[in-house]
Design a protein around this ligand. Structure first.
Ligand code: AMP
Length: 115
């Protein structure tokens, strides 16, 4: 069994968060320390610690994360102007919460490369 996580508790509504979308597979909520005017995290409801632990069985779930991000970008008004999706993996990737999540960032011009 993967460990319980802060984000799993948010998905179960045991911890407060501004949830912007939820269904039986995924939950999306506002990042507590936004780095852009729009900063939403999209997570699978089940715990996958990092992308390294994702399996072939998670193929549809991973696709669902991306399509949820796309729909939220439209709903939040950043689809046309543009946005960035980020998935950090492990320490060198900058991951701090070990429950796989996609950052949806928008509302300002992004720079490249990331730090
Ligand atoms: P990462 O560094 O990719 O693992 O991203 C983790 C993100 O989770 C960071 O952007 C944090 O600001 C965010 N975060 C941590 N705790 C919470 C929380 N309780 N509610 C919302 N976002 C959080």
């Amino acid at each position: 069994m993967p460990p319980d996580t802060l984000f799993a508790k948010i998905a179960r509504r045991e911890l407060p968060a501004e949830i912007v979308y939820q269904d039986e597979l995924v939950t999306a909520f506002r990042d507590i320390h936004p780095v852009a005017p729009i900063h939403v995290l999209i997570i699978p409801n089940k715990v996958i610690p990092t992308l390294n632990e994702a399996t072939e069985e998670d193929t549809a779930l991973l696709g669902k994360l991306l399509l949820t991000a796309r729909k939220l970008a439209e709903q939040l008004g950043i689809a046309e102007g543009g946005y960035r999706l980020v998935l950090n993996c492990n320490p060198d990737g900058g991951q701090s919460v070990y429950h796989l999540h996609v950052h949806l960032l928008g509302g300002r011009k992004m720079t490249w490369p990331p730090g």
